[in-house]
Design a protein around this ligand. Structure first.
Ligand code: AMP
Length: 284
């Protein structure tokens, strides 16, 4: 029954090689599992874009810091597989840590450019962990396209830079963020929120959206961002960063009236760290 669960890169290669011989196109959706509607939107986009879909499930130890939630990250492979079966996914690639990183493993992919600042200031290990595992996954499956969420906007740009710089033949496709009706971006980590935190959590997106609207209507960014920070902190968040960057490069903004703009934030509510980002329209 679909999806076939595949544990090794050799088995994945055999299946993909067979598809290739039949001239079928292949899409990949990398995930850490605990699937929600945000992941499933990527899977649907992948299904529309290719003949065959591989979803990968790997909680990548290299992208967690020593004090982070690698041990407690939700692992729900059986229910994930059932959701993917409903969407007609062909292969679930769920390797072990030893398959991806045998004892002798000694390489890491480090990315500059869009990886500089923002998340990197708080999680210095994070993007080289992501770039290393995504490079391995793309090399293992050689998909025509791979799908990533704008929810992790900096990650999307880092992966796109890495794939281009290493000459990987895969097109990196970004998909819009899926949100709860109250604006909270879906995330596997939302499961960590208790009822009171869950009620407070939409303040992050709300504060950002209000600031973006003020900037669109012509106000300079500084007071809009200062008010957003105050509102987000007032809801109980400890803010790691809330910044507007160039949406294409994530470089600091040179001209906020003309540059493409993206507002990005990370903030902690109790023990849960949430990230979010939205486009900021230039003033009319
Ligand atoms: P993760 O399992 O958290 O590593 O996420 C796997 C992929 O799903 C990444 O490309 C994420 O950006 C994407 N993703 C996670 N949450 C959402 C969301 N709310 N909307 C769209 N994509 C998402």
């Amino acid at each position: 029954m679909k999806p076939d669960t595949v544990r090794t890169r050799a088995d994945l290669k055999q299946i993909v090689d067979e598809w290739r011989r039949s001239r079928l196109t292949v899409a990949m959706v990398p995930t850490m599992g605990a699937l929600h509607a945000g992941h499933l939107a990527l899977v649907r986009a992948a299904s529309e874009a290719a003949d065959r879909v591989v979803v990968t499930l790997f909680v990548n130890p290299k992208q967690f810091g020593p004090a982070e939630d690698f041990g407690s990250y939700p692992r729900t492979e059986d229910s994930d597989r059932a959701l993917l079966a409903e969407l007609g996914v062909d292969v679930l690639f769920a390797p072990s840590a030893a398959e991806m990183y045998p004892d002798s493993f000694a390489t890491s992919v480090s990315v500059g450019g869009p990886a500089e600042g923002l998340e990197t200031a708080f999680r210095p290990h994070f993007f080289s962990g992501v770039a290393t595992v995504v490079a391995k996954l793309l090399i293992a499956g050689m998909p025509d396209r791979a799908f990533f969420g704008e929810k992790d906007y900096q990650q999307l740009l880092v992966v796109r830079r890495m794939a281009a710089d290493l000459g990987l033949p895969t097109e990196i496709v970004g998909c819009p963020t899926v949100r709860e009706p109250d604006g909270l971006a879906l995330s596997s980590r939302n499961a960590y929120l208790d009822a009171r935190e869950r009620a407070a959590a939409p303040a992050l997106h709300r504060g950002m959206a209000e600031a973006a609207e003020r900037i669109r209507s012509g106000e300079p960014p500084e007071p809009a961002i200062a008010d957003a920070l105050a509102a987000i902190r007032g809801a109980g968040f400890v803010v790691d960063y809330l910044e507007i960057r160039n949406a294409d490069t994530l470089a600091p903004v040179a001209d906020w009236r003309k540059d493409p703009l993206r507002m990005l934030a990370a903030a902690r509510l109790g023990r849960t760290r949430l990230i979010d980002n939205i486009p900021v329209p230039n003033p009319a």
